[in-house]
Design a protein around this ligand. Sequence first.
Ligand SMILES: *Cc1c(COP(=O)(O)O)cnc(C)c1O
Length: 432
Amino acid sequence: MSNEFQAGRAFAQTLDAQDPLSSYRDKFHIPLTDSGKTSIYLCGNSLGLMPKAARQAVEAEMNAWADLGVCGYFKDGDPWVRFNENIREEMAAIVGACTTEVVLMNTLTVNLHLMMVSFYRPEGTRTKILVEENAFPSDRQAVNSQVAFHGYDPSDHVIEMQPRTDEHTICTEDILKTIEERGEEIALVMIGAVNYYSGQFFDLAEITKAAHEKGCLVGFDLAHAAGNIPMSLHDDDIDFAVWCNYKYLNGGPACPGGAFVHEKHTNGNATLKRFCGWWGEDLEERFKMTPDFVPSAGAAAWQLSNAAVFSLAPVRTSLKIFAEAGIEHLRDKSLRLSAYCMYLLDQVDAEFEILTPRDDAQRGAQVSILVHGKGREVFEALEAGGVICDWREPGVIRIAPVPLYNSYEDVYEFVEIFTQALGLSTVMKAAE
Ligand SMILES: *Cc1c(COP(=O)(O)O)cnc(C)c1O
């Protein structure tokens, strides 16, 4: 892999010149530094950048509100009453689902709770939830509180997969082995598809297959996977998934997230329990205002309230960009960007470790770097150098070269500033 790259800025510029997706950068606002320079934005795993077209998309709905008032719900073309329904298709394509298996609503943690209401149904001796160590805190808080809500103690009802000694990522084999050995106790396997800390992407299909063989249900949190790695939720037979749309999907802070429910659970299954609200009711019935509940087809039945049109408008804008660029093409560039980043980092002669797996199948856009000792100093030097990235204790710098708006030269410049921050004057050995 690494001999496909060369050191030096000129090579980064060559890669950019050959990049078929390079024009997409211009569709986004890139934040400026205090001195007015374009920043090196490597934080799309936390908050994706604003598509330039988003402002106008929000304004169009504001105008509709001003001009039409309540009639906006039924306006011609794209009535608010169908606003989220009408963008499901583009969303479904990104996560590999059928259109009706997807719903855009709420935020991630809310959706995770709603899904666990339906899919964590502890019974008899099957009462536990399997999670990964170092899961995002909100996910653990949601899982622990669901377990406690059912009257169990999270300290022995949440089984946590650990990395092996001295390793930073979790072996899929170990997960499969735990499912094999303890599957009968496990009601639900709930794992972050891409771990937010290490950037590790798990084998969703293998985990799902093993869990189903043992009679467990399976859900994934796609917060760091949606819009990052193409998936096939339907074909992999995953029971449910939840995600947010403001990380790789650039929908704006706290915009509505997504949920996936496999159609096998909604086609004719009247026994599945869920929390209900009027917007989950079939549109034909919704405004008859009766207290009984006739569910919409598919995942839409989980939607409780009417759609947040103003914060969904940028999501729609962003999904159009994804549909145009193609998630598979984005993935190709993404893998190349992160491989290039690791190639450059490998030539920096200093004390740090790359936590993210090098195997293409096990990573997305993110590269997590554990800097021993002076991590915080390095992070501050990166900030001062115009790099926007992310810091996690005890010493992890996370960067996410995003294929829609990051260039190879961004990556080059990041590594250059990183190198200087480590106190090394020459950028890269091979560059000499
Ligand atoms: C970003 C993220 C969240 C955020 O949850 P919200 O409810 O959208 O605030 C939750 N879980 C994971 C794994 C995340 O990466």
